[in-house]
Design a protein around this ligand. Structure first.
Ligand SMILES: NC(=O)c1ccc[n+]([C@@H]2O[C@H](COP(=O)([O-])OP(=O)(O)OC[C@H]3O[C@@H](n4cnc5c(N)ncnc54)[C@H](OP(=O)(O)O)[C@@H]3O)[C@@H](O)[C@H]2O)c1
Length: 350
């Protein structure tokens, strides 16, 4: 599924007038970020600033326009500044646009993006095949009928390569699907018990403003009703349950999948099924022995999957870990751009 933005007429005209001259000068692909000041926006800045084939031209922020990135994120090494280009200029300046905006704000930005500008949207606005379900889950009316390709490379690589508009998956969703998908052919049901670092809620969340909430704490929330449950279920024909927790770390997700097998299976057959399923996927590492650790994937685009223990009730436990801001968001977005541009999937991510 690919989509074209509706606000394309005005932007396209202006783009033709201004020309995408930046790319011609540097020989690199001009790209931009809307929502650049947020947690995923900043992660995109870091990844795109060092990507060998792109030139980061637009770092739009309503709140911090004109300020240096390092004034907001002191660990940033460089002199880039946040921008506030109007969308018709953005359309003229970039070939690929990353939307690191909250849901609803993202669909409004998509609406104003010109035809011909490829989009990777990190929000949930275009992740649901069923638009009515999206409206029910997110409690907002969708403003259009555009469809995006769901951007999970391990499931949809060939389609992403042809797409002009990609909906990047949710962070819990990526960890859960990768942990459970290969098992669904021999499972009855799956419970995803997930833990996330507090950056998962964004830079304006209560956790970001008051670290005492998460310090030495574990917070279970939306035990059966989290929005990501519905996004995950789209990819499973068996019933799934999902419960999230916030833990006392900045970045990282662990998904512990309790998989009810239809009948007993040997551990080596289960491991082999996972290894076969993810063969050739550069960012999924199967650990045949041992249990994955968050420390091994933080600040990387990798998802590690391990555990593979089952008990006397034929309950199999598989554990996945990834960095919610990288494989769970911005790294996966860059991986999707690489695929959309026909480049090597790993470019700028290793
Ligand atoms: N955090 C994660 O781990 C994660 C993982 C996967 C997906 N996502 C998704 O990625 C998107 C961005 O997440 P994030 O964590 O980067 O969020 P965030 O830290 O809250 O940043 C979002 C940024 O969007 C800008 N913005 C523009 N219009 C806005 C509006 N109407 N309301 C609020 N902010 C607006 C804000 O910056 P200015 O005011 O400077 O413009 C804000 O800093 C969300 O849709 C989120 O669900 C997040």
């Amino acid at each position: 599924m690919t989509g074209k933005a509706k606000g394309e007429k005005k932007g396209a005209t202006k783009a033709a007038a201004l020309g995408k001259g930046y790319g011609k000068v540097s020989g690199k692909l001009p790209v931009g970020i809307i929502g650049a000041s947020g947690y995923t926006g900043y992660e995109l800045i870091k990844l795109l600033a060092r990507h060998p084939k792109v030139d980061l031209k637009v770092l739009n922020s309503n709140t911090y326009a004109g300020q240096q990135v390092k004034s907001l994120y002191p660990d940033f090494f460089g002199s880039l500044r946040f921008t506030d280009y109007p969308m018709d200029m953005v359309n003229a300046m970039v070939n690929v646009l990353f939307l690191a905006l909250p849901h609803k704000a993202a669909m409004e930005a998509v609406h104003q993006t010109a035809k011909g500008v490829k989009i990777v949207d990190l929000s949930a606005d275009y992740r649901f095949a069923d638009r009515k379900l999206y409206e029910q889950v997110y409690g907002v009316k969708h403003i259009d009928h555009l469809q995006a390709q769901y951007g999970l490379p391990e499931l949809f690589k060939a389609k992403i390569r042809k797409a002009g508009f990609v909906a990047n998956p949710g962070c819990y969703v990526t960890a859960s699907i990768l942990a459970g998908f290969p098992a669904q052919k021999f499972a009855q049901s799956i419970i995803f018990d997930c833990k996330s670092g507090w950056s998962g809620a964004g830079r304006n969340s209560a956790y970001a403003k008051d670290n005492s909430l998460t310090k030495d704490n574990i917070i279970a929330y939306k035990l059966t009703t989290h929005r990501h449950k519905h996004e995950i279920q789209q990819f499973f024909s068996i019933p799934i349950s999902f419960t999230p927790h916030v833990i006392d770390t900045f970045r990282g997700i662990m998904a512990t999948a309790h998989i009810q097998l239809r009948k007993g299976m040997k551990r080596e057959d289960i491991v082999r099924a996972y290894e076969q399923f993810y063969k050739g996927q550069p960012f999924v590492k199967i650990l045949p022995e041992g249990i994955p650790s968050l420390h091994d994937v933080q600040n990387t685009n990798f998802c590690h999957i391990g555990g593979f223990e089952s008990d006397e009730h034929n309950q199999l436990v598989v554990v996945s870990v990834l960095d919610n801001l990288v494989k769970g968001a911005s790294g996966q977005a860059v991986q999707n751009m690489n695929l959309m541009m026909g480049w090597g999937e790993r470019l700028g991510l290793e």
